[in-house]
Design a protein around this ligand. Structure first.
Ligand SMILES: Nc1ncnc2c1ncn2[C@@H]1O[C@H](COP(=O)(O)OP(=O)(O)OP(=O)(O)O)[C@@H](O)[C@H]1O
Ligand SMILES: [Mg+2]
Length: 358
């Protein structure tokens, strides 16, 4: 029997749940000439959601992770390679003749794929312009290409002024839908929400939330039902969600360990969630120890008080301005998330702090 929970990778069914409204909203946006911006805290499921949505659209799409892109010519060549994967070389050959910097092609005999490279040039932006134009030229009114730029904020830092040039070019395009993804803690909000930024309100903004409680509850229950009766399943699933507060990644992670304990170790139902947490705390002990050493005293105090479920502003021996800037920094770095209150992002780290540092 295979573990029915998945974490740490992009997920699709059967490991994908809910997001019904989000999928239909993305479909609507893709049916219009608008672009989309998806922002959420880390590991909320942005990549999984958008990948599913573009696959469901049935349209041609290119999905690029900007963390892997090292330069403008690199982006142009990756993009061109992806376009050529979907459109036979013979059919688009004539369009490549207009490129201002001629790309070099080589075939990889192992998998028959085409590798593309551009020689660095003085004005490397023209390569990107010509490639983005190609995305438009191969599109038709009914099959407009979708270009997804995941972790988009990484690219903006690649060269000063690139945001202005890119936006000026993209806004003239009529037959491409762009989707930009990135996490809340990063520069994404700044890029799309700050009036001074060239990309201000360039696309429809979607802030992705956690998975709704009831949906996640039945998702977990269905998967552990093979090992426990209805009543026990519900209790276990509720305990898991109480720990993870419906965070997609941590819920799948904890559920996965619980499942292993139930199936392979026959752990008693009423102890299984607690033991799963203990195991995870132990597995991550060294990483958490290292992480803890990187925090200053103020950060540590804030994290300790959050563990107790209190507000960081209740620290009497710390000026409010100090706790305010510490909590802001911890949120930006992703260790703390803000929903209706401030919470430590990783429930296992929270347990580690409780156990070892308070
Ligand atoms: N719809 C979903 N249903 C169930 N679990 C999900 C769903 N979406 C995401 N997850 C869980 O969250 C994890 C992270 O998903 P994903 O990588 O898509 O998030 P992300 O927001 O793109 O993360 P990152 O910030 O690291 O780029 C997945 O491995 C999976 O365990
Ligand atoms: Mg992602």
């Amino acid at each position: 029997m295979e573990n029915p929970f998945r974490f740490g990778t992009v997920v699709d069914s059967p490991y994908f749940t809910d997001r019904v409204e989000e999928l239909s909203r993305i479909a609507e946006i893709l049916n219009s000439k608008n672009h989309l911006v998806v922002i959420s805290p880390r590991r909320f499921g942005k990549t999984s959601l958008v990948r599913k949505a573009v696959e469901q659209s049935g349209r041609k799409f290119v999905f690029l992770n900007m963390q892997q892109v090292t330069s403008i010519e690199d982006l142009a060549s990756l993009l061109l390679r992806e376009i050529l994967r979907q459109h036979p070389f013979e059919r688009v050959k004539h369009l490549l003749k207009n490129f201002r910097v001629v790309p070099t092609f080589s075939t990889n005999p192992l998998n028959d794929s085409i590798e593309v490279s551009f020689q660095p040039a003085i004005n490397n932006f023209v390569m990107l312009e010509d490639t983005l134009s190609l995305a438009e030229k191969v599109s038709t009114e009914d099959n407009r290409m979708i270009v997804v730029l995941d972790e988009f904020q990484e690219f903006i830092g690649i060269e000063k002024g690139i945001d202005k040039k890119l936006r000026a070019f993209m806004q003239e395009q009529k037959r491409v839908n762009y989707i930009f993804l990135g996490s809340q803690e990063s520069m994404m909000t700044q890029i799309f929400e700050s009036k001074k930024s060239p990309f201000y309100h360039f696309g429809q903004l979607m802030r992705l939330d956690k998975i709704p409680y009831d949906d996640f509850l039945s998702y977990i229950m269905e998967r552990i039902r093979v090992t426990a009766g209805d009543e026990q399943c519900e209790r276990i699933a509720k305990d898991i969600l109480e720990e993870t507060a419906c965070h997609p990644y941590y819920t799948q992670q904890l559920s996965s360990v619980v499942w292993d304990l139930l199936v392979y170790h026959k752990t008693p139902y009423d102890e299984v969630v607690r033991i799963a947490i203990e195991n995870l705390v132990r597995v991550h002990d060294l990483d958490f120890e290292r992480l803890w050493l990187t925090f200053n005293k103020t950060d540590r105090k804030i994290l300790q008080i959050l563990c107790k479920g209190l507000s960081p502003y209740e620290l009497r021996d710390m000026p409010t301005s100090t706790s305010f800037s510490a909590i802001k920094r911890l949120t930006q770095d992703g260790y703390v998330i803000r929903t209706d209150r401030y919470l430590i992002e990783d429930p296992i780290f929270r347990h580690w702090i409780e156990e070892r540092q308070t």
